[in-house]
Design a protein around this ligand. Structure first.
Ligand SMILES: CC(C)(COP(=O)(O)OP(=O)(O)OC[C@H]1O[C@@H](n2cnc3c(N)ncnc32)[C@H](O)[C@@H]1OP(=O)(O)O)[C@@H](O)C(=O)NCCC(=O)NCCS
Length: 211
């Protein structure tokens, strides 16, 4: 008999309460309203703003992610560094408890990781399998192409791709981008968002009306 695999069903509807798949491992994180964290995600000491979502197999460490971000599957945000300047870069020098080598871990090393946060703005789209390296800041409205390795800051509303990631083009003119940032629609209360949802479909009309 052939085995028939049933796909695991993700609830179709989001809710004001964050939707977090059971298979996730989450340590000391914050998720805003209407957020969704996909299957097999691993998140450590990170925050994810209202309406942002991740697809499956996403890793996020020590990062701040804004509102309305779209994070594709297999993305890694802030893959943590090992201590390359030590004699050994293996876990034994800082995860000392696990190996019963000392009574405590090397907290100073973990603090160093914490001090190299990734910061991602609002309405950022991160493509499949992209990697965002430590300390990088990504501006509002930016796009990171599939498979990119982002090692430098990304300007608002610019599209970057490749390894290492380089700008391809801007989504809009600098003038329009600046106006969108000024409006900061991502901070609108829910009621305003409901009333003006269709305005988000046409950037020229949006600027005329709200800019
Ligand atoms: C980055 C991206 C948004 C650009 O889209 P676009 O503006 O329509 O770009 P184009 O297809 O016109 O390509 C423009 C140039 O960038 C290159 N390029 C596009 N995407 C690239 C990528 N991911 N990596 C490297 N180069 C890329 C193209 O080869 C082309 O180069 P050329 O000018 O030398 O010919 C898109 O290609 C992408 O990667 N989207 C992510 C899709 C995804 O991961 N979806 C997951 C589900 S959410």
């Amino acid at each position: 008999m052939p085995v028939i695999y049933q796909p695991i069903k993700t609830p179709a509807n989001r809710s004001i309460v964050p939707l977090i798949e059971e298979s996730c491992e989450i340590i000391n994180c914050f998720a805003g309203e209407w957020t969704a964290i996909g299957r097999n995600n691993k998140l450590i000491e990170s925050s994810i703003g209202d309406y942002s979502y991740t697809m499956e197999d996403v890793t996020i460490n020590y990062s701040e992610i804004g509102k309305f971000c779209s994070i594709a599957s297999h993305v890694c945000i802030n893959p943590v560094q090992h201590p390359m300047d030590r004699v050994s870069q293996h876990h034994i020098t800082y995860r000392r408890l696990q190996y019963q080598l000392k009574e405590n871990d090397d907290e100073a090393f973990f603090d160093w990781r914490r001090s190299h946060k990734v910061k991602i703005g609002h309405d950022v789209w991160i493509g499949h399998g992209a990697i965002i390296m430590k300390g990088v800041e990504i501006g509002n409205g930016a796009v990171v192409g599939a498979g990119a390795v982002v090692t430098k800051n990304v300007e608002p509303y610019s599209i970057v791709a490749g390894v290492p990631a380089k700008p391809i083009r801007k989504r809009f003119s600098d003038e329009i981008a600046a106006k969108l940032e000024k409006v900061s629609w991502w901070d609108w209360p829910r009621e305003k968002l409901e009333n003006h949802l269709d305005d988000l479909n046409d950037v020229e009309l949006f600027i005329k009306k709200h800019g």
